[in-house]
Write a protein that binds this ligand. Structure first.
Ligand SMILES: O=C(O)c1cccc(C(=O)CC[C@H]2O[C@@H](n3cnc4c(=O)[nH]cnc43)[C@H](O)[C@@H]2O)c1
Length: 210
């Protein structure tokens, strides 16, 4: 099985890279535009059976602990929309995109691939601007009721769905959304957990017949 591992920063998958395990790695840079460009460019010339995005993330939910690792079932470009009279509308709500228009399913970028691992599947939002303003956190929480937030997930889902390549988005929780005091983040713990699960998933995939 030919697998590509994608991450925003090399730091997030440094332990995995250090193992040199014959799996290709693509570092896209932080944010959705860089992820979209780099991944699309790469996939136009290389073929894979599976692409895995691995990274850290913020969570909205107290039921998710820092250091926990999750898989993302649905993602969305949360701040792609229109502000009108102090109200935020998505492009679906404004009728610019139909909720089930390719590659969307009910307004989400849905991953229909399943893997038999003991990790929770969650819903995510992707933002261009990470904010410590409670108004932004509450707005997105009310609108999408997602579990976690990243800056690249929806871009990753969008490209893989359009290119029809099986994919997994693996995230470990480093912080609560809105928390910008980095000393309150659990970066080291989340990276350790992320890389442990990444290696486990890859070992499992490599032992699965195509
Ligand atoms: O400061 C460090 O030591 C450090 C080490 C590794 C990675 C980082 C990052 O800042 C990675 C940025 C990456 O993390 C995602 N992320 C993490 N928390 C959130 C959040 O609350 N909201 C949105 N995105 C988050 C994001 O995908 C970035 O690409 C720092």
């Amino acid at each position: 099985m030919k697998i590509l591992v994608v991450a925003a920063t090399a730091m997030e998958i440094a332990p995995f890279i250090a193992q040199q395990n014959n799996v290709e790695v693509l570092i896209t840079g932080v944010g959705a535009p860089a992820c979209m460009y780099k991944l699309t460019q790469h996939l136009l010339t290389q073929q894979y059976n599976m692409v895995i995005q691995a990274g850290i993330a913020g969570t909205f939910k107290n039921s998710i602990a820092l250091g926990d690792t999750v898989l993302v079932k649905n993602d969305v470009f949360a701040d792609l929309g229109i502000y009108e009279r102090d109200q935020f509308f998505t492009l679906f709500e404004k009728g610019f995109i139909a909720a089930d228009e390719q590659p969307y399913k009910n307004g989400w970028l849905h991953n229909h691939y399943n893997i038999d691992v003991n990790l929770p599947w969650v819903n995510a939002i992707t933002v261009n601007t990470v904010s410590d303003q409670i108004t932004q956190t509450n707005l997105f929480l009310k609108k999408f009721d997602a579990d976690i937030e990243t800056m690249e997930g929806a871009a990753f889902h969008y490209v893989c769905l359009q290119q029809q390549i099986p994919f997994l988005q693996l995230r470990s929780i480093s912080n609560y959304v809105g928390e910008r005091v980095k000393t309150n983040w659990k970066i080291k713990e989340s990276i350790t957990s992320l890389n442990h699960h990444l290696q486990q998933i890859i070992t499992q995939l490599q032992s699965t017949p195509l």
